[in-house]
Write a protein that binds this ligand. Structure first.
Ligand SMILES: [Zn+2]
Length: 442
């Protein structure tokens, strides 16, 4: 053996002994807490606002933390909390927090670490102290605004709120506000709004702008009643709105044109009172457009006109006076038809479901086959051509004929014919939900 080979085992034995000594000393002298992620401060960082310290993360367990706020690296007297309100002396300096972490079982060995420095900008500053992250369209939110104007206690001027590039609100800032004001803002539309507050100064300060704050508005849900016209006898023709006033997807459910067909209004009332269209969609319900006929249980209106033959199309005819199907003296001669035409031109529904009895069918128009199929399946009614005796090449003088010819680019109108005496369960649950689901609003 060479001397070198003898030395190796000896060295190893020595090393083992040294490690054992070190381990034996361990419990009496714990390692000091080591900083893993730096302390940090959060907050707007402007005059009059509050900074909050986060101690960061450290090695060791059950540590206690002490805080010292620093201005340009020097301790600020008395500033030893987890929060610090920025005061005038801090303007145009850099603030930081120094964190001291101690292990209570070994107070002699603390660790320290300091956050990054935060620059306190020159005055004035305009800050949105509080705004909701989420709201509902058409609601009014409150923006809590702070205008910090350095040595000026109560800056004066105007606080103006912009939604994107649009000025939506202006409030006078008076000396008594002491730079703090709550500005109510009506959120007009659904979607994300980026609000910015601009302080337009009067007096010894200059103007400034806040950061933009994002507020997300969910679709509104509105219920509304509208009288869309009057019958020959002066009865109101009423439409009820349910849903999002900004909806791009709207169903009109017309319960009745013929006063001797009583089932459709029951569906309309059920839908109006019990079903809520899903978010972002909307529903109009007109239980009857023939209130005079409904009052007397007659098909025709008070002047003996079939309101579903009175629509101004190429197929309109004045023939058949006195019959159940008289189209009236002129196209759209009846106030009920006129009211409905004006209403449809205004709201332009995506889907119109017009309920009749008793032919037991979904009217086939070919305008939107998928919608007709959904109706057929949901309401358990076969799709059929429902002819009204109009010569070929002419447009039927019916509401569906008129709408699909005139406003077919906006939507589709379809006739639903229940049977003679559908059950209550059918006209409410089955047909109500089934129609709304077919129109993709439920
Ligand atoms: Zn009918």
């Amino acid at each position: 053996m060479t001397p070198r080979r003898i030395a190796a085992p000896l060295l190893l034995a020595l090393l083992v002994q040294l490690v054992q000594v070190a381990l034996a000393a361990g419990p009496a002298r714990a390692a000091e807490p080591d900083n893993v992620t730096r302390p940090s401060v959060s907050g707007p960082g402007t005059l009059g606002t509050t900074l909050t310290a986060d101690p960061g993360t450290w090695t060791g367990e059950d540590l206690t933390f002490a805080y010292q706020w620093l201005r340009d690296g020097d301790p600020i007297g008395g500033a030893t909390g987890t929060t610090y309100e920025i005061r005038a002396a801090d303007v145009r300096t850099r603030l930081a927090v120094r964190v001291t972490a101690s292990d209570p079982t070994d107070p002699g060995a603390p660790g320290t670490a300091t956050s990054e420095r935060r620059w306190v900008p020159a005055v004035p500053t305009t800050t949105v102290l509080r705004a909701p992250e989420r709201t509902t369209a058409r609601e009014t939110i409150t923006l809590r605004v702070r205008v910090a104007a350095g040595p000026v206690d109560g800056p004066t001027g105007t606080v103006v709120v912009y939604d994107g590039r649009t000025r939506v609100k202006g409030e006078r800032l008076r000396p008594g506000h002491l730079g703090r004001i709550e500005v109510p803002v009506r959120v007009r539309t659904k979607g994300v709004h980026h609000y910015q507050v601009r302080y337009e100064a009067t007096g010894p300060t200059t103007s400034s702008r806040s950061e933009r704050v994002a507020v997300t508005a969910d679709p509104a849900y509105v219920t509304r009643k509208r009288v869309i016209g009057r019958s020959v006898r002066g009865r109101a023709i009423t439409a009820w709105f349910r849903g999002d006033p900004e909806a791009e997807h709207v169903l009109l459910l017309l319960g009745q044109m013929h006063g001797d067909e009583p089932a459709g209004p029951r569906t309309a009332w059920h839908v109006r009172d019990h079903l809520r269209p899903k978010s972002g969609t909307a529903l109009w319900v007109v239980p009857t457009m023939n209130p005079d006929g409904a009052a007397r249980h007659t098909r025709r209106n008070a002047r003996g006109v079939d309101l579903n033959r009175n629509w101004p199309t190429s197929g309109w005819t004045s023939a058949g006076k006195g019959s159940r199907y008289w189209g009236g003296p002129r196209p759209a001669s009846e106030p009920e038809t006129q009211a409905m035409i004006a209403f449809l031109r205004k709201i332009k529904p995506d889907y119109i479901a017009s309920i009749h009895q008793p032919l037991y069918a979904i009217g086939r128009s070919g305008q939107d086959v998928a919608w007709e199929r959904r109706l057929s399946r949901n309401l358990n009614l076969p799709r059929k051509h429902l002819g009204v005796g109009t010569p070929s090449g002419k447009v039927s003088p019916t509401m569906t004929g008129w709408y699909n010819a005139r406003l077919g680019g906006h939507g589709v109108a379809t006739t639903i014919e229940y049977g003679y005496s559908p059950t209550t369960h059918y006209v409410t649950e089955v047909a109500g939900k089934g129609t709304l689901r077919a129109a993709l609003v439920y």
